[in-house]
Design a protein around this ligand. Sequence first.
Ligand code: E4P
Length: 217
Amino acid sequence: MKFFVDTADVNDIRELNDYGFLDGVTTNPSLIMKAGRPMLEVIKEICEVVKGPVSAEVTATEYAEMMREADILSKLGDNIAIKVPLTLDGLKACKALTGDGRMVNVTLCFSANQALLAAKAGATFISPFIGRLDDINIDGMQLIADIRTIYDNYDFKTEILAASIRSANHVREAALIGADVATVPPAVLKDLVKHPLTDKGLSAFLADWAKTGQKIG
Ligand code: E4P
């Protein structure tokens, strides 16, 4: 499973990139607002830090304007994935952009049928939002499982990018189902390393090591 970080905070991205488990970045207009910086400047900087796909979302809702924005965003780096919403105009833009060799992340997916349409439009990534479905008492993880089955049934190459992840458990479940990618907030990504027995074991080793009075080197 690939890990993308779901943030527009360049400091967090730099830190996570150094750990060696980061495969890409996703942003959205809300994350750009949170970062409090000009979008084009931030995305360009992110593309310089991370080599993998960096999703930058169009803000237009009509095809022609989406394509105009996509052209601007594409120039920010070779690794830009244009993010388009799961609407008819978004699907049309997806088809045109992927036909032109660009990566496209179709976002705001809340149903298996939507995911099927995105795959048919040639999407590079489909982003089903787990947490937002859970918020309205619909099983978000079941959507990931349904899409996995459908894509495998028809051999679609579109990668399932589990999004709106809220916990380490979401990551584990999405991985078990076979999501290709998880986009994860920085704090949750760092939570994945935690286990109380690791901390306890390390403390015990360090205490015993101190008793030996030795030093390495
Ligand atoms: C995905 O690309 C989205 O940016 C993100 O995962 C949305 O998550 P949220 O529901 O926590 O805002």
